[in-house]
Each structure stands twice: as structure tokens, then as C-alpha cells.
Design a protein around this ligand. Sequence first.
Ligand SMILES: Cc1cc2nc3c(=O)[nH]c(=O)nc-3n(C[C@H](O)[C@H](O)[C@H](O)COP(=O)(O)OP(=O)(O)OC[C@H]3O[C@@H](n4cnc5c(N)ncnc54)[C@H](O)[C@@H]3O)c2cc1C
Length: 415
Amino acid sequence: MGLGHTDVVDADVVVIGAGALGLSAALHCALAGRSVVVVERHTAGSQASGRAAGLFKSVQADELRTRLARRSIERAVSFAAWAGVPLEVSRSGSFLIARTAQHRDYLRRELAQSQGWGADVREAVPGMVAERVSYYRAAGEEFALWCPEDVYIAEPIDLIRAYLAACRLRGVVVAENEPVIGIPVAGGRVTGVETADRAIAAPVVVDAAGGWVRQVAELAGAPVPLAPVRHQLLITGPEPEIDPADPIVRVVDAAVYLRPARAGLMAGGFETDPLPVDPRRQPPSFTTDDLPLDLAVLRKLAAQVSAEAPAAATAPVAEHRGGLFTMSPDGRFVAGPVPDVPGLWVASGCNGSGFSSSPALGEALAAWITTGTAPVGVAALSPGRFGALSDDTLVTHGLWQYAHYYDPAPGLPER
Ligand SMILES: Cc1cc2nc3c(=O)[nH]c(=O)nc-3n(C[C@H](O)[C@H](O)[C@H](O)COP(=O)(O)OP(=O)(O)OC[C@H]3O[C@@H](n4cnc5c(N)ncnc54)[C@H](O)[C@@H]3O)c2cc1C
């Protein structure tokens, strides 16, 4: 469905949520010449996006995600050129490390796949990890992939600020501290959004409300199949031996990631028994600040790499933060038009990669919205692909996807 310009509207597109996905979709719609309003319940980037680790990863589980991830890296490092706003990106590269035979085989498969999909990934030569990473004491026997394309944004809020500035350059209106409380539907189509103080008329409404995406879609009577799950990371205090120019390290058998941060070390990971959190079952005021954090989860994950990266396991913690991933049953983004509710679109299903995929995902979604045609392959992310699923099934599958973030082993329970 392309945009019609015959109706009287306040904007061509209203985006609900000023996280990475909403702002990228808004920016790309504006770049395509559309008038855009973003309505944010709190402040831009205040929920998942501003708390992310900021990691971009070129090795992905399928070709479409590889394409989106690599396009996003390209757009992040060239942000100033196309968006007109500077953005600092650490072009560190990353190592993927396996310490078990099973995970070595898994990485070998990922190497072959990713190379086939065009990613620059190589087997690290022996000694390369020890030589390149000050904070990781490699035993010398591990198998590692070197991913030179990988980058990170040291302070994730910088990407949000850059999106905001680029949006404003193109006339996007970003309204903060203004929750959307209604999505009216007339004649079978959404007609805009309502907040406490006003109605904004628009033929296209994009639900990019992150962990709140389901309850926002329900304002228009639409089910969206996602399960929010907690994710956490820590940053240690300054550690003199950590070189801030070091690469990212991901230890796949431990499901742990590490990178330099604020002269210390950032450590995060994926526990096998993650915590689902449904904001619909929380008080209406629930925000990420109310999410219970549990440092013991991170310490347990970090203990698995204590021989190699002792700082992650034992150094004093300077910051401990967390937020909600939106997990989908198949681990892929949920982006596109909502079935049976014309005019309503979703930009979500981050599955833990929404920050880093936001440049390309927002670009693809905006192309779909403004031309009426999904870019090649992107229709596969459509929110209608799952059919009706119970909440229990959504949570079971979402937790499974979370626990297998680095290691999508067979064994997903039947839907
Ligand atoms: C600790 C942590 C580490 C992470 N690390 C990485 C990483 O390294 N790389 C990566 O790619 N991803 C990472 N992620 C995931 C990443 O943060 C998310 O995928 C991404 O931020 C999702 O963006 P979003 O725009 O969908 O959600 P959000 O950033 O949560 O934005 C949604 C916005 O919608 C607003 N909203 C909700 N309801 C309403 C309403 N009714 N009206 C108006 N606005 C509303 C919210 O206030 C919020 O600002 C991490 C996440 C966490 C928690």
C-alpha cells in the first residue's frame, strides 16, 4: 500500500516510539519526502535503545539478516554522508571464539555460510586473539573467526541523538513525554493516533514501541506475535590493561560478549533460563527503570570466561543495566504491515539486534511504506507470518530463541 495524498492529514506517517527502530523508520520516510511525526511516551532512546551494548555483528543466521546487518554497518560508518549528522563508530572488528568441539563445528558452518552471503569473515590464525585482545587471555587452542567488518557504538545514545538530529534536519516532528493512548480505526483503516491532549491524523501508523509493541497494536485491535525478554550487561570500572582500541569478543559456547567500555570492560550474555516480562501484566506506569535486574545472572555467565577475561567475572561493577528484547517465535524481525488492519505497520521483533539493524531495517520498512512494495526478501519479516499463537507459545519460543542467540541448535519446541 503506498501513501495516498488525497485525504486531509496532519502527517503522512506517525511513528509510535522514539527508539532506534522508530527513529530510523521515521528518518527514512522523511528522506523519501513524507511528512512524519514521532510520538514518544518518555524521551528518545530512554528504553531499550539507550541501554544497548551498541554491538553490530556481520555474522548472522540467514542471508536476509546478514544483508540487513552488513547494510546497517555500512550505513552506520557512513552516517554523516547520507544523514548529514556526525556519528562516531568504533571500527574494532570482532572475534567469535569457540572452546568446544561442538561450537567449533558450529562456527565453521557459520564461516562458510557467511562467506557465501558476502560477509568478510576469516578463520583467525593461531595466536591472533592473544595478540589482538588485551583483555582476553587466549589459551591458544580455541577456534576463532575474525570479523573485520564488525563495529560498535561506544555510547548507544549517540546513535539515537544522531537519528534525532537527522530527523529534525528533514522536518520530522518528535514529540516526547506524550504517550499514545488510542489508534482509531474508521472504515476498516487506522486514521492516526490519539494522545491525552490531541489527535494526529495520518494514513500510516508505525508501531515501534519496543517492549510495549503488543499493547500499542492492541489499541487498534491487532495481535502482534512478540514476547519481551529481559537482557542485561555490566561495565567494570577502569582496568589499566584494557586497550580501548581492542576488538569485540564473543565466546559462543559461553554465550558471552565482551568489549572495551569507558576504560573498563563491558560484559553481557544470554542465560539459558531468561526472564520473560510482559508489560501488559505490569502497572500502566511500568518502564525499563522498573525492570528487576539480577547481577548474579551476569556473574554466572562471566564465570564461564573467568580464566580468559577475569575482569568480567571479578572487577568492580561501575554500571549494571538492562532492558527488554522483543523476541519472535522464529528469531527474525517483525516488520511490515499488520494483516487485516490497513495503515498499521510494525517495526519490532528485535531479537536482540534491533539497535544494530535499525539503519537497514528502517530503510527497508520506509521503502515498503512509501512505494507499496517490500524490498527483496523483506516481506518474509511480515507480522502476519505466524498465524494465531497463544501467549504461552510465544513465550516458550521467545525464550528458546533468546537462549540460543549465538547457537541456534536444533530442538525448537513445536508451536
Ligand atoms: C542490555 C541490552 C543490550 C543490548 N545490546 C544490543 C547490541 O549490542 N546490539 C543490538 O543490535 N541490540 C542490542 N540490544 C537490543 C536493542 O536495544 C533493541 O533491539 C533496540 O533498542 C530496539 O529498539 P526499539 O526502537 O524497538 O525499542 P526501544 O528503544 O525500547 O523504543 C521503543 C520506544 O517506544 C516507546 N513507547 C512505548 N509505548 C509507547 C506509547 N504508548 N506511546 C508512545 N511511545 C511509546 C518507549 O518509551 C520507547 O522509547 C540490547 C538490549 C539490551 C536491553
